[in-house]
Ligand binder design. Structure first.
Ligand code: BGC
Length: 722
């Protein structure tokens, strides 16, 4: 029987309660580890009144729940099991913001592929990832989960991740359906405060926040999750125009829209629904297919039907989409396919190798004065200090999926393994967040006689991710006092200090950057964190990560990002009446794309062809890259454009391509970056895409700072006049 015929037949047969079951997702809650099948859930699965479950971990558990649905429910419809799997399932890769900094689509896809295989082997069929919110405000903790500040990067990540999770066919036992979230603009919450309402111009919405979702839809993403938030007066969960017109009609999304956790119920608190019935009707009419955790569809839609707020056709349309997804996932065919594979032992070793490689490559070397790194010759005595130096659970970062707290390599463990002949001594000094300074003296004593001090500082894993907005982005607790004391003591004794910063966002720590001899942004690197950091510190691997978000020098600069639009009064140091602060420079501490390597790269001879280009052409920028340093290293190169005169103002820098080369000492090569000219279209005065004739500046270099970029000019020939 063809899929649609089967779905028609089911729909024909389903009671209203069974239909609403397919539109309902509930959490397994404590059943994940406790006595498996508890009260209500059994009944709901047997009666077909819950069709989708989140947060159930373990193939045995998943299969026993599935059995209840397919063997005991009237229509035998399989359950969809879902989980947030943002950067690995049991094997954890670096958090998404860190992984974005690899600027390597093949790796972005590879980690999603491995993650899908590992999670599907446990019976999971749907992940709530990738998170595609473009984040320009590091106060917002969820910046950790996404691709950073740039929409072009967001597009590339979206494409790679959807492909990585979903593979060629969702019916395979090792794939997951992906969910692009959170549609759309969530990262712009007011003042970076979680769940707050937001304002966005239609232009910024379309130019910055929508493109990654468009790319995910184009790549065939199976599901989309609207954001919790209110966008200019309408919560996304009820945003009919954006969900139905923009997402479904304009972008062509025909998959499942799943609400965020309890978001349908929260329409009451938002103040646009008087009760659950109205909330359910608003969400369904806006196009939300699955109500996650509110129970509003189950309880409210029957009443909404009676009141004429929704129609059965609207309900059927959503049920059909959910059943289609289950069909595409092969669940009707074999609901036990995922989770029936043998223990993937060999694969697990491979995933750990991949995790180590990706983690090493995600580390961003922010500074390295006097070639402090790598540690060469290898130190004999090393003091590894700080509250993040030896805690496995913290290495996971936020959203650790099914990864237990233990088993993730710490910095102390990694350095001990990499330097077996060295004496590696450790003391935490202080804890991550509290004010107790009683452990400082003991830690300071370890600086005496050490060849170098590795100081592991930062946020705890739960201080970023969801519900983790921060108004201060300095080190929490007593860490600053501790770090200053260590810096004083180590420098007095002639030992260099390498600061390793753990965080889910750029921190605002100019004092540390100024004083430490080298600073590594470790973000949260996952299961192989300590080995990866040791690989970089010992010089086995050159650091090559770049920051996918701008690092501010002061809180007052936030939001800060490279793609700002021009001012009519550009900064001039001798003119007060230009765009500036009285008390801080405009420049960030580290621009987007910043990250040092153990090589010493120079870029020269930028050529862009054709010099007169048409919309159907592809621009090719070629640049000579030379490694004048003493070590083999990888250099990432960015291509930005600046449309100097257009009918609307255009950003000062717009990222359009990136690429990288690995070069031995003394080696030189030509790197080519290609940009299809149609990518230079932009939204005109009427917000419709336009292609205008005129001059475009092409800027190529290692980071988003004009002074580091080579420039060339091309002329667009066949566009419309301004
Ligand atoms: C988060 C989502 C997540 C969902 C399910 C929500 O609180 O906002 O990103 O997918 O929970 O765990």
């Amino acid at each position: 029987m063809g899929a649609e015929v089967k779905i028609d037949a089911l729909l024909e047969n389903m009671t209203l309660a069974e239909k609403l079951g397919q539109l309902t997702m509930t959490a397994a809650g404590h059943a994940v580890t406790g006595p498996v099948i508890a009260g209500d859930s059994v009944e709901a699965l047997r009666t077909g009144t819950v069709g989708n479950v989140l947060n159930l971990i373990g193939a045995d558990h998943v299969h026993s729940w599935q059995r209840l649905a397919v063997e005991e429910s009237r229509l035998h419809i399989p359950v969809l099991f879902a989980l947030d799997i943002l950067h690995g399932y049991r094997t954890l890769f670096p958090i998404p913001l860190a992984e974005a900094g690899l600027f390597d689509p093949a790796i972005w896809a590879a980690t999603a592929r491995a993650t899908a295989a590992e999670a599907a082997a446990d019976g999971i069929a749907l992940t709530f990832a990738p998170m595609l919110d473009i984040a320009r405000d590091p106060r917002w903790g969820r910046a950790a989960e996404g691709p950073g500040e740039d929409p072009w990067v967001g597009r590339c990540v979206a494409e790679s991740k959807v492909w990585g999770f979903q593979g060629e066919s969702l019916a395979r036992a090792d794939t997951l359906a992906a969910t692009a979230k959170h549609f759309v603009g969530y990262a712009a919450v007011t003042a970076g405060r979680e769940y707050a309402a937001l304002e966005l111009s239609e232009r910024t919405l379309r130019e910055v926040h929508l493109p990654p979702f468009a790319a995910a839809v184009e790549a065939g993403v199976a599901a989309v999750m609207p954001a919790f938030t209110d966008l200019a007066g309408l919560p996304l969960t009820a945003h009919r125009r954006l969900l139905r017109e923009t997402l479904r009609e304009r972008l062509g999304f025909d998959g499942v829209l799943v609400s965020d956790y309890n978001a349908v119920g929260e329409l009451i608190e938002h103040g646009i629904a008087a009760d659950e019935t109205e909330a359910a009707a608003l969400a369904l009419r806006a196009g939300i297919d699955i109500d996650m955790m509110a129970g509003a569809y189950r309880r409210g839609l029957p009443i909404a039907l009676q009141r004429g707020l929704v129609t059965m056709a609207e309900i059927d349309e959503s049920v059909r989409r959910v059943l289609r997804l289950k069909e595409r996932l092969g669940l009707f065919d074999d609901p036990f396919r995922r989770g029936s594979q043998k223990e993937p032992v060999a694969a697990r070793t491979e995933w750990r190798h991949l995790a180590r490689e990706v983690a090493a490559r995600a580390i961003v070397m922010l500074t390295n004065t006097r070639d402090t790194l790598p540690l060469d010759p290898p130190p004999k005595r090393l003091a590894v200090l700080g509250p993040l130096a030896d805690v496995s659970a913290e290495m996971r970062g936020p959203w650790w999926a099914a990864a237990p707290p233990e088993g993730h390599v710490t910095v102390v463990e990694g350095l001990r393994a990499a330097l077996p002949a060295a004496e590696v001594r450790h003391a935490p000094g202080v804890s991550i967040e509290d004010a107790d300074t009683s452990g400082i003296a003991q830690a300071l004593a370890l600086c005496d006689g050490a060849d170098a001090v590795v100081l592991c500082l930062g946020e705890g894993a739960v201080m970023c991710g969801e519900a983790a907005s921060r108004a201060h982005l300095d080190l929490p607790g007593a860490q600053r006092a501790f770090a200053e004391a260590v810096l004083d003591r180590a420098h007095e004794r002639g030992a260099r200090v390498i600061a390793v910063l753990f965080s889910g966002r750029p921190l605002v720590v100019p004092w540390l950057i100024a004083r430490a001899d080298a600073v590594l942004a470790a973000w949260f690197l996952g299961s192989e964190a300590g080995n990866a950091l040791a690989d970089v510190m010992t010089g086995r691997i050159s650091p090559s990560g770049r920051t996918a978000m701008t690092w501010p020098r002061a809180m007052g600069q936030i939001p800060i990002f490279h793609a700002e639009r021009p001012s009519g009064r550009p900064f001039a140091s001798d003119n007060r009446y230009t765009t500036r602060y009285l008390d801080e420079p405009n420049e960030p501490l580290f621009p987007f794309g910043h990250g040092l390597t153990y090589g010493k790269f120079t870029l020269s001879g930028l050529r862009v062809a054709p010099s007169v280009a048409r919309e159907s052409d592809t621009l090719e920028a070629q640049v000579e890259v030379t490694n004048e340093g003493k070590r083999r290293a990888k250099e990432t190169v960015f291509l930005f454009i600046r449309d100097k005169v257009a009918s609307v103002t255009r950003p000062l820098l717009e990222l359009k391509a990136f690429g990288s080369v690995t070069l031995a000492p003394g080696e030189r090569t030509t790197l080519t970056l290609a940009v299809p000219v149609r990518e230079l279209r932009f939204l005109g005065i009427d917000l419709e895409p336009t292609f205008e004739s005129g001059e475009i500046e092409v800027l190529v270099g290692p980071e988003a700072a004009r002074k580091c970029l080579l420039t060339a000019t091309v002329r667009l020939a066949d566009g419309s006049p301004r």
